[in-house]
Design a protein around this ligand. Structure first.
Ligand SMILES: [Zn+2]
Length: 421
């Protein structure tokens, strides 16, 4: 290693150390940063100067260091310039969100569209329009997009989406089909359920070691252990929807039989309640990014699930029985998951969030009946506050956490941002 390379890698490491500490302890003075990180005051001042120039930190008044310490100017993380783009392709919608360095959600879009009727190329062309809109609006707000992660409804390893049975996609290099023209610089592809679990950790109710269950057309799960995602040997962990709850049950798209998805997936639920599957808008005007709905909170449950919730509120018998049956099946799958993984909390997200008042009881009863002989307590069953937004938030959050770990890679781009219009 040459001296120059050594110096560069040392500087990158120190920048990450300082910014990480500002995130954890801010507002914090340069003197306190030097004490915590073990770096010299001169080095800390240089690093803070570079981070101030890049708009990643901001000065926020004075603080005294300890009882006898001299007052110094405190610095905090700034969300004013650097941001990340979170994206999601799911079976019946596309969504995007922009999250800044302080993990504040700045923009959010959802577009209802039936991606089952489209090829990967068509779907990615639609997504591209959404990306352009998000990047343009972020730029108008004075933000630079440091990177992007795309959530997809199937197992991913090394950028390859192995299969998304509910979309009919197999072995698709999704990132290669996106032509973003360098904005954002590179799009990483990751499983939707994994990102939803991270979204829950950073923006929602997830804490400690927990399992997040994503109920969509398919059912996925993400396990967070010690603040990090457990991905499995090949990145394929968490396929809860294909855990068998009845060995002789109905055939599943995965090639197996009696999978959880056949009892508690969105289509199975609606069918059991006597409701048609939702028909997402596919008219040409609906595919324009201008029709994407900018949302400011958790969106209403999509199509058929909203109708199901209405019937549940009215005490409709078939709807209540469909939820009870789905809840029992989910409880059986989660009993197995608990024996295997011992999570502290299980967070029910996606469509299970709006259905929580009706589905959580049967889940809890099933688990309690099967687990209490061996355990003092069953895992807490909690509702996701993020619902369908969890995956896009996790996708953006993942980029932000990487920027904070290695801000040096993004200093030049952040410094070059023009003032907001
Ligand atoms: Zn299956």
């Amino acid at each position: 290693m040459t001296q120059a390379v050594r110096h560069d890698s040392m500087r990158a490491r120190n920048l990450g150390l300082v910014l990480g500490e500002v995130r954890r302890s801010g507002p914090v003075t340069r003197a306190a940063l030097a004490e915590i990180t073990g770096l010299t005051k001169t080095t800390v001042s240089k690093m803070v100067g570079d981070l101030l120039d890049a708009g990643m930190v901001t000065e926020t008044g004075t603080l005294r260091d300890g009882e006898r310490g001299r007052p110094g100017t405190a610095v905090s993380l700034s969300g004013g310039r650097v941001a990340a783009l979170g994206l999601e392709i799911n079976v019946d919608y596309l969504s995007a969100c922009v999250v800044d360095l302080a993990l504040t959600v700045r923009l959010r879009y959802t577009q209802a569209v039936d991606n089952r009727a489209a090829s990967p190329v068509e779907t990615l062309a639609r997504l591209q329009k959404l990306i352009h809109r998000a990047v343009d609006e972020a730029r108008a707000a004075g933000l630079v997009i440091a990177g992007s992660t795309l959530a997809v409804p199937g197992p991913v390893n090394g950028g390859l989406l192995h299969s998304a049975p509910n979309l009919g996609w197999h072995d698709v290099r999704v990132g290669d089909l996106l032509e973003t023209g360098g904005e954002p610089p590179g799009v990483e592809v990751e499983n939707e359920a994994n990102l939803a679990a991270l979204g829950e950790l950073w923006f929602g109710t997830g804490h400690g070691d927990f399992l997040h269950v994503s109920g969509e057309i398919g059912i996925g799960a993400g396990l967070v252990v010690g603040g990090a995602l457990f991905r499995g040997a090949r990145g394929l962990a968490g396929e809860l929807g294909h855990v068998v709850v009845s060995p002789d049950g109905p055939a599943c798209r995965c090639g197996g039989r009696g999978c959880l998805e056949q009892y508690a997936g969105q289509e199975a639920l609606l069918r059991a309640a006597g409701l048609p599957a939702p028909a997402p808008r596919t008219a040409p005007e609906a595919t324009s990014p201008d029709d994407a709905v900018a949302t400011s909170g958790t969106p209403a449950a999509p199509g058929g699930v909203a109708e199901l919730v209405g019937r549940l509120r009215d005490g409709d018998g078939p709807a209540l029985e469909a939820c009870a049956r789905a809840g029992r099946a989910l409880g059986i799958a989660l009993t197995s998951a608990t024996h295997l993984l011992d999570p502290g909390t299980i967070v029910l997200g996606g469509v299970f969030a709006p259905l929580f008042p009706w589905i959580s009881g049967p889940v809890r009863d099933t688990m309690t009946g099967r687990l209490t002989a061996m355990r003092h307590a069953v895992p807490e069953i909690a509702v996701s506050r993020l619902g369908a937004d969890a995956a896009t938030l996790g996708a953006a959050g993942q980029v932000i956490h990487r920027v904070i770990a290695d801000p040096g890679l993004h200093l030049a781009a952040a410094r070059a941002v023009p003032a907001p219009r």
